[in-house]
Write a new protein. Structure first.
Length: 256
């Protein structure tokens, strides 16, 4: 764990982000207020990306820490959450962006190991992280509601295009959000998911101009999504302005 602050009694709200170095996560962070939030960045592989992100956040005035996390290890997920609790005393918002996909193609070509990995990272780890988080914070007094926000996908609703295993993992996540929201409401924890369409991130980050044009023509609003579009929604969704929103799967897909 690396930290830019030793303040264990911050008056700021604490945000834990699992999958903090991808483009969508950066879009989310861009829309957050450094005077209101402290960020706990859970990164998967790239230490260099995490370091660069922390340097950027320091310049913007964010109190932040980074912790490496392995979504295939329940102990690693527990350590991530426990480390934040030990440093700050609580967590106010949990944002989960973990996600991998198979290569586009036929589902019958997928082997068991890859299927298992996709389900473990996209669904099992998200379920476990949210459950463990809830079991810890339920005993920590809090004046405002806490939130859990997942990044799902429109593929989870419509089956995707050549990525049915990924789609199945996100469809399962959507069902989990509905059920968990019912259970955690009495604990004043709101649970929601954002369901992006095609966003300029991940496998779509380096699309050439022809493909961008082709995909954009299929979207009623005439453009691809951008990470900041997700950030705009999350910054509102974790705020008090959205304190009656729970159990929602919110599409961000340009009307597609």
């Amino acid at each position: 764990m690396s930290s830019s602050s030793n303040n264990q009694c911050s008056s700021k709200e604490i945000i834990a982000i699992i999958g903090a170095t991808n483009e969508i996560s950066i879009g989310i962070i861009n829309k957050l207020d450094p005077d209101k939030y402290s960020l706990c960045l859970g990164y998967f592989k790239s230490e260099s990306k995490a370091n660069l992100l922390c340097e950027s956040l320091n310049k913007k005035g964010f109190d932040n820490i980074k912790i490496k996390i392995n979504c295939l290890s329940p102990n690693s997920i527990k350590n991530y959450i426990d480390s934040i609790i030990n440093l700050y005393g609580s967590i106010d918002h949990l944002i989960i962006l973990s996600g991998i996909s198979e290569k586009k193609g036929s589902a019958i070509d997928a082997d068991f190991i890859k299927i298992h990995e996709i389900i473990q990272v996209n669904l099992t780890s998200a379920i476990y992280a949210s459950i463990y988080f809830s079991s810890i914070v339920k005993n920590i007094p809090k004046k405002k509601m806490r939130t859990i926000t997942f990044i799902s996908s429109e593929a989870g609703t419509y089956g995707g295009d050549g990525i049915p295993i990924y789609a199945a993992s996100k469809g399962g996540l959507n069902s989990f959000v509905k059920g968990l929201a019912r259970e955690l409401g009495e604990m004043s924890i709101r649970v929601n998911a954002i369901s992006p369409g095609i966003v300029i991130s991940g496998e779509h980050y380096n699309l050439n101009d022809d493909l961008k044009k082709e995909y954009s023509q299929k979207i009623p609003l005439g453009r691809l999504g951008e990470p900041n579009d997700i950030g705009n929604l999350i910054s509102w969704l974790i705020s008090e302005a959205a304190n009656y929103i729970s159990g929602a799967i919110i599409p961000v897909a340009g009307g597609r």
